[in-house]
Ligand binder design. Structure first.
Ligand SMILES: Cc1ncc(COP(=O)(O)O)c(C=O)c1O
Length: 410
């Protein structure tokens, strides 16, 4: 049976096909339906941080499935209450009330609604090249032409600024701005970390102008960048924290965590599945595992070592290496797709981020030896004879078009 073809036939065709069918996983290894093994540097796009089929998570889901699978938010639930308490305990200072949902985009939607309701202002600022999700509110905050253009008109009141430009941000934050939504490391936009100076200035401007600071840690959260949340490394404290992806070991879940400035009224927001007991059980197990196994330190050490070794190899095709913990972006001088394909042929699964970046988001439990294998295969395909000469012209053209893109965004 060709499941890849079946999905192409019955799906609506919104995902580019990688042409393999993954059927099982354990830690950082996954297998396809022919028994082929891969090192998974995608982790379900930054989801399986505690590893595929983490035994604690499997156990928590199985036990909870036998007790109670669903429980609407109008009733309290023991596991949900514990999950909220656990999330509040790991959140930045002052953030101790939690709205639970099922995805990253939903977490952003809640943040937008809560910000407008609490401030009685309407404008939402967010950075060019950022990514906050595909529902209409989140999409309106995602200022990238390719995502937005086919779906106009979007939600009114959303304004963009150039990431890492204090001057550009200064122009959009005014007394009608409810919130600034910010990724501290732009993930989909190419693994681009905020400059410290920019992050500090953004937090300061928000404070001075009565703008709520919403930090989107949907991709960076739960130790991906080497600390529980990236905001710790930048020493900024948000008013609203948006979470999803890795928070429940692979079970669908999102959360919007807020401080005392945020007001909400009964009935003003909600979700049928939000706070589902199975998701909550999975999340508590995930967080306890992350803490017990000290995955923050592990992510920092493995990621730093990988980036350092890759830099030492001095590969001409690499333009830049950007890395925080195990969030790694390798920007090439050429398009990344052919190299992602070659990596897959060598049993390594990686992601793009924009047209020229290879993005690695492996489970944080990946072994040292798997990371070495990834490094060696990557260097091998990027330095294969003739690669540089063959791709040189494309590289020059891409440099020109990237520069043009940047100018447009300023
Ligand atoms: C930073 C960030 N925000 C929001 C989202 C949207 O999350 P979801 O796909 O769960 O809706 C993503 C997804 O990639 C993301 O990386």
């Amino acid at each position: 049976m060709n499941y890849s073809k079946m999905e192409e036939q019955y799906g609506i065709g919104v995902y580019p096909s990688r042409e393999i069918t993954l059927v099982s996983g354990s830690d950082a290894t996954v297998w396809d339906d022919r028994g082929q093994e891969y090192i998974d540097c995608t982790a379900g796009i930054g989801v399986a941080s505690v590893g595929h089929c983490n035994l604690d998570v499997v156990d928590a889901i199985q036990r909870q499935a036998a007790r109670m699978i669903t429980c609407a938010g109008i009733f309290a639930n023991d596991v949900r209450a514990r999950c909220m308490e656990t999330l509040a305990s790991i959140s930045p200072p002052g953030l101790n009330r939690v709205f639970l949902c099922n995805s990253g985009a939903e977490s952003i939607e809640a943040a937008i609604k809560l910000a407008r309701q609490s401030t009685e202002r309407h404008k939402i600022a967010s950075a060019y090249r950022g990514f906050h999700g595909r529902t209409f509110g989140a999409l309106s905050a995602t200022h990238q032409k390719s995502y937005q253009e086919p779906f106009q008109p979007l939600v009114p009141g959303f304004e963009g600024f150039s990431f890492n430009s204090i001057e550009s941000l200064d122009k959009v934050l005014d007394d009608s701005t409810a919130a600034l939504i910010l990724e501290l490391v732009q993930g989909e936009g190419g693994v681009r970390p905020a400059r410290q100076e920019f992050a500090s200035a953004a937090a300061e401007m928000c404070r001075e102008r009565g703008v709520l600071l919403v930090i989107d840690e949907i991709q960076t959260g739960f130790c991906r960048t080497g600390t529980m949340f990236a905001s710790e490394q930048y020493d900024v404290v948000p008013d609203i924290l948006c979470l999803a992806k890795a928070m429940a070991g692979g079970f669908p879940m999102g959360a919007t965590i807020v401080n005392e400035k945020i007001q909400s009224k009964i009935g003003s927001h909600g979700s049928t599945f939000g706070g589902n007991p199975m998701a909550c059980a999975a999340s508590v197990a995930t967080i306890e595992y992350i803490q017990r196994e000290e995955l923050a330190t592990r992510a920092a050490e493995l990621g730093n070592a990988f980036a350092e070794q890759l830099r030492r190899r001095d590969v001409p095709l690499i333009r830049d290496i950007r890395q925080l913990g195990l969030m790694i972006g390798i920007e090439l001088r050429v398009r990344s797709t052919p190299y992602l394909k070659q990596l897959q042929e060598r049993q390594i699964l990686a992601l793009p981020a924009g047209s020229t970046v290879i993005r690695l988001l492996p489970p944080l439990v990946i072994t040292q030896s798997q990371m070495s294998q990834v490094l060696n295969e990557l260097v091998s395909i990027l330095t294969a004879e003739g690669q540089w000469a063959l791709t040189r012209t494309e590289g020059i053209l891409l440099t020109i078009s990237a520069a043009a893109d940047d100018l447009q965004l300023l």
